[in-house]
Design a protein around this ligand. Sequence first.
Ligand code: PHE
Ligand code: NA
Length: 451
Amino acid sequence: MNQNQNSREQWGSRLGFILASMGSAVGLGNIWRFSYVTGDNGGAAFLLIYLLCIIAIGIPVLMAEFTIGRRAQSDVVGSFSSVAPGKPWVIAGFLGVASAFIILSFYGVIAGWTVKYFTSYLTGGISTDGDGGTYEVFVNFISSPIQPILWQFLFMALTIGVVFNGVKKGIETTNKILMPLLAILVIILAGYSLTLGGAGEAMAFLFSPDWSALKDPNVYLAALGQAFFSLSLGMGALITYGSYLSKKEKLPSAAVSVAGLDTVFALLAGLMIFPAVFAFGIAPDSGPGLVFITLPEIFNEMALGTLFGLLFFFLLAAAALSSAVSLLEVAVAYFMRRFNWSRQKAAIIVGGIIFFIGVPSSLSQGVWADITFFGNDILDSMDFIASNIFLPLGGLMIALFIGWGWKKSEALEASNFGDSPIGHAWIFVLRFIAPIAIFVIFLTAVGVIKI
Ligand code: PHE
Ligand code: NA
């Protein structure tokens, strides 16, 4: 249709594609969001539902996104409208672009906090001289009006910078180096954390379910939302990344490795954070501040704690960056094609707008804390709408699109499953299991079905 379409960029290699997808998946969701959502929802019972959501819904939808993107070779809106012109599926595409704006707006705020913590460790660490310890330090920082916005701005500028430079150069190379480092560090910290004396309680909290928690319908919605958020699903990030992949590469093993790595990271983060939560007498349901309060406590106790703190927050910020880049890329790819903008122009304008949309989320931790929706502040509300509603809804449409909108033989071929039992099982899940599960979880959460 236009020049952009003929000269679309491509990944340098299949490995590059897998690493970038892993970079998108592994981020604040695994450490910051996973730990506090697990803490808020009672631990083990939530974890079980979360793992079920990953296996029964997450991996099949992840495969669906790769398949759609690679087949269509276009951004999230273009993918739906080119495979099924004139059909309502394209709504899922617009929902995806909207989710990218909403999620990145608050993601940039939290990521800004990680950059700030990194620089604090550069200059000696988090002092806990005050009575309130690391809690007080954290709350003082996030509730101040200007400072967090400056860090958010810095982080968004970095994100824009990577997207500005294109698919191949920025994203592909950084992930190759940073992901293994982050994994090693999380393993070391989990090992250390387990020696702190809170290990027994942490293990019980994470792995021996309190079944009564399953009576709360919100737990299912929270688990579903966390699965979608953590796997970068339901908004076309992986459709967009799949669209830069050439037709000859195989998809299923890539999908399984991305989901597997993401899950391992989340579990390790749990093993790192919860022993400290119990050892230092912090409440597991302390909310979004959990990692910023518990981890500095660990680093203060550890030999070489400042060095570990420095490394950890650097890598967390880097993981956040590779995820943020994939969020921005969804919107940028759309604006480039739709308005025939250059990548550079799209990155700056779209990224700039998203920064401004995020400012209220930052202010909601302090001066605007009184503005709430159903008891949630602005940041939590943005997260709730995007993660628990838009992403599952997008995932529902993606599943239905392949399950019912495509000819079965075509979908099997485009996915590289071919005419295999696992391929047929995949289509069955997309047709029935995933849509019904998502639908039922929605209905339960709005109280239509009582359990
Ligand atoms: N998966 C990312 C994380 O865990 C967040 C994300 C969500 C990225 C949706 C892209 C799309 O941090
Ligand atoms: Na994740």
